[in-house]
Write a protein that binds this ligand. Sequence first.
Ligand code: FPP
Ligand code: MG
Length: 322
Amino acid sequence: MLQEIQQPIVHDLERYRACFRSALVCDNPLLSAALRHVTQREGKQMRPTLVMLCALAAGAVTDASLHAAVGLELLHTASLLHDDVLDESDTRRGQPSVNALWGNKAAVLVGDFLTSKALQEVTATDHPRVIARTGWLGQQLADGELEQMAVMAEPDFRPDRYYSVIGKKTASLFSTAALAGALLGGANDELAGRLERVGHAIGLCFQLRDDLLDFDSSQLTGKPKFIDLREGKVTLPLIYALNTTGDVAMTKLALHARCGEASDAECRELTSFAIDHGGVAHAESEMQRLRDEACAELGTLANDDAARALQRYFDFVIQRDL
Ligand code: FPP
Ligand code: MG
């Protein structure tokens, strides 16, 4: 499916990969080793793909769109390095994290290097709105993480707080990728706004799906992970179940989990409770709602190939299983 989505921009993605690699050349041995480590697996290149599909939807992919794609992927990589320090996470994409291999100090500094490099790349677009938007994005990412910390100390479970956090920490990057692509592809304000909204909806769904993977039934029967709950993160399926049932015992248990102290058995109990009381079904239907709204915006795009690819991109985000 990803191949089909990326088909209209397959040559642009090759150029993107070359630009990305050359942005990472440096002569500091530790930095070089850490950068090689974080970029050894190419990944799905979801954000660069979105930049380029939106550029295509607006007109054409140019060198400036490639710089934006590289810049946003670098900023995304930086944010994951910092996130693993904050979450004290030892793994990322099935590999040891940079903090696990080189320690927290090196991970923060490599993240700083990548952030600065990202700003250089985005500056090369020479587009003031894209540059300003990237500054806004860095603020949103940090703000979202801080809000997530604040939410973890709250006595209740509010869906609006959940959406606010994922809007800042995840959807901001997708909406920026879509907006940057659109503007650099030559979109007028109306089209740029439309693609930005689609990007935002894709980003919300990306995080909703990511959070749903923690509730995957195969993980209930197989080896359970419950990574979010163990980190104290209570996500939409459980928030929904707690609010619709008003179950006092489960609310107490969820508050205990929010302190990051839940055992495997407690995580399993909360997860089953969320599934049994419609939390997973609710999150799935939220994704469908967001998708339907976005598809209405995409329906009137002039470039059919780009519109179709963006719709498939949305479906891929909703259906992905890793
Ligand atoms: C992953 O979420 C983390 C993010 C989406 C954003 C993290 C952002 C920061 C640490 C701020 C960085 C700011 C700058 C300017 C670089 P997750 O922990 O829910 O998911 P995971 O399973 O991927 O860890
Ligand atoms: Mg994390």
